[in-house]
Design a protein around this ligand. Structure first.
Ligand code: T4K
Length: 416
């Protein structure tokens, strides 16, 4: 009988002591926030266009270099109100590869979503598919800068212009993204940003519209405050979607740290790229072109089942055993949710379906330690069947392997 019992074929990493989530909110120093709370206490003003909110709005106007922005209590209501304020109806062409709130905002405005496919590089709407789906009932395009990757801005603008359609962006993931020296929110007719706690920039919950037509400001202000013109007059059927003073305080304080938050995420992004590039079957989307200042808001990878040796869902479950909680944003596609399944969809959505089946968002947030990123990569390696032998084979055939193994101190030996 061949001797093999004492040979340890592979080292597996130790599970994390505490759960590692896909994201964690940035929290400003508690002393700063307490000082801000004192101001709110002094003001005895908690919501309804208070002084902290007004100051926060000015700070954002400066940051985005515009006066045309309006704040809300969350991104979903911001988008819903945008569609209502623009009086859109009929059909709007949009993506199925998004958070369900994008579609819900259309639904609440009785607009029919027309889903078309995405492009494979950065998962944003394919402009050619958009153009092919236009009908006499189409009133707008609602595209999503998913994971902060800019949509095909020029091509979408051309399509919108040719067909006299409004061009709206769900920029929920795109805070801080700059394209050709301009904020991404300045493209198209209107953009919605989410300031939810899970976003790189947040105000606990919150949302913002940025728009090109200053005339829209009054309408959005009415709609988020019940349609009140003054104490005695209601001019349109609005709702309550106001941001309060506590949200504004958090937003204002997080804004002071936004550049360092983005820089820290950039380091994490780089380390993931360096560590994962040699794992077979882990496809990392390219960073956007050099004309884009990116925000590193998510770290999505695609898992190729055949090359990796395991499908995305097993990897997702396997990582949970290491206390690593990744997310399958955005699976299922919106079109596959029970409430939208009955909609007829002409586009086969081939790319969106393929990506939804392979995508996995790895943890990324400013307080995630680089050594933990390294450890997460070690967990992925350990779950990749035959990784060690595949990697040895690659190293022996490639002159420049470039792979650095996970810190051995973080690994535990498999018990005999
Ligand atoms: N359009 C797009 C493209 C969007 O992605 C979103 C929101 C919207 C529109 C709508 O914007 P909002 O109305 O939300 O402003 C999260 C967020 O709730 C949601 O805002 C976000 N997109 C979506 C992509 O992700 P969940 O259900 O995944 O969140 P949850 O609670 O599971 O949080 C994820 C992880 O974050 C947790 O496992 C732990 C961590 N976490 C979360 C919270 C809330 C914390 O560590 N601390 C926290 O306070 O939806």
């Amino acid at each position: 009988m061949p001797f093999c019992a004492t040979i340890i074929p592979f080292m597996i990493p130790k599970p994390f002591e505490k759960p590692i989530y896909v994201t964690r909110p940035f929290l400003p120093p508690l002393a700063d926030f307490s000082n801000g709370l004192q101001e709110i206490w002094n003001n005895e003003w908690l919501t309804n266009n208070g002084p902290v909110l007004q100051r926060f709005q000015k700070e954002l106007c400066h940051y985005f270099a515009t006066d045309n922005l309006c704040l809300f209590n969350n991104g979903t209501l911001a988008l819903q109100i945008a569609l209502q304020g623009l009086q859109l109806s009929g059909e709007v062409i949009t993506t199925p590869f998004t958070f369900v709130a994008t579609t819900h905002a259309l639904y609440w405005n009785k607009i029919r979503p027309v889903f078309v496919d995405i492009e494979p590089e950065h998962y944003t709407l394919d402009p050619a598919r958009v153009e092919a789906a236009i009908t006499p009932w189409t009133t707008a395009i609602l595209a999503v800068h998913v994971y902060g990757y800019p949509c095909r801005l020029r091509e979408l603008a051309d399509v919108a212009k040719r067909h006299k359609l409004l061009l709206l962006y769900d920029a929920a993931h795109a805070f801080g993204v700059i394209v050709d020296g301009r904020s991404i929110g300045s493209y198209g007719d209107l953009s919605m940003f989410s300031f939810h706690a899970t976003k790189l920039f947040h105000s606990i919950e919150g949302g913002m519209l940025m728009f090109s037509d200053p005339g829209q400001m009054k309408v959005f202000d009415y709609l988020k405050n019940f349609g009140f013109e003054n104490e005695l007059q209601v001019v349109m059927p609005g709702t309550n979607a106001k941001m309060n003073e506590f949200q504004a305080l958090m937003g204002s304080q997080v804004l002071r740290h936004i550049e360092s938050i983005i820089m820290k995420r950039r380091e994490i992004d780089s380390l993931y790229r360096a560590r994962l590039k040699n794992i077979p079957g882990v496809h990392i989307p390219e960073l956007p072109s050099v004309s884009v200042k990116f925000n590193y808001s998510y770290f999505p990878v695609e898992i190729d089942t055949d090359q990796f040796g395991m499908d995305r869902d097993h990897l997702y479950a396997g990582l949970q055993k290491f206390n690593v909680f990744t997310r399958r944003y955005f699976y299922p596609l919106v079109t596959d949710f029970a409430c939208y399944r009955s909609l007829s969809v002409k586009d086969p959505l081939t790319t969106a379906r393929r990506i939804a089946g392979r995508i996995l968002c790895l943890p990324i947030y400013d307080s995630l330690e680089l050594q933990d990123v390294d450890r997460i990569c070690g967990c992925i390696e350990s779950l990749c069947p035959g990784f060690e032998s595949k990697s040895r084979l690659r190293k022996s055939t490639a002159a420049n392997g470039g792979h650095s193994a996970a810190d051995p101190s973080m690994r535990a030996e498999i018990p005999a």
